[in-house]
Design a protein. Structure first.
Length: 116
């Protein structure tokens, strides 16, 4: 039976003292799942507005690189994630203000089930 060891002397060899190899595998898996979920969400968001073009025929919602890496605390421990950046140039015709994702778009649906 495998157990997670928190004693540095009994931990498997790893680059970080006090963390076992199993801990590192779980942390890396959590990071990869978060990255895949973020990529999928951004791809769906950009695709939802792919038909909206400016007067020059350019898309109003496009990918724009990545934000700075951030540490996200998960049940597996802190993992570093680079979130994709979106350039949303849509404008509300009535107010002239930017139409950006509201509060419900700032959090992945079901992320608590994946991370928690």
């Amino acid at each position: 039976m495998l157990t997670v060891v928190h004693d540095a002397e009994d931990a498997n060899d790893s680059d970080t003292p006090g963390r076992s190899l199993l801990d590192e595998i779980v942390r890396d898996g959590a990071r990869q799942m978060l990255a895949a979920a973020l990529q999928a969400e951004v791809a769906a968001y950009v695709a939802a507005f792919a038909d909206q073009l400016d007067e020059n025929g350019h898309r109003l919602v496009v990918r724009n690189g990545y934000h700075q890496p951030r540490e996200v605390l998960t049940a597996a421990g802190a993992v570093q994630v680079k979130a994709p950046r979106v350039n949303d140039k849509r404008v509300d015709p009535d107010t002239g203000r930017p139409q950006r994702a509201g509060g419900d778009h700032r959090r992945l649906p079901g992320i608590d089930r994946v991370v928690g």
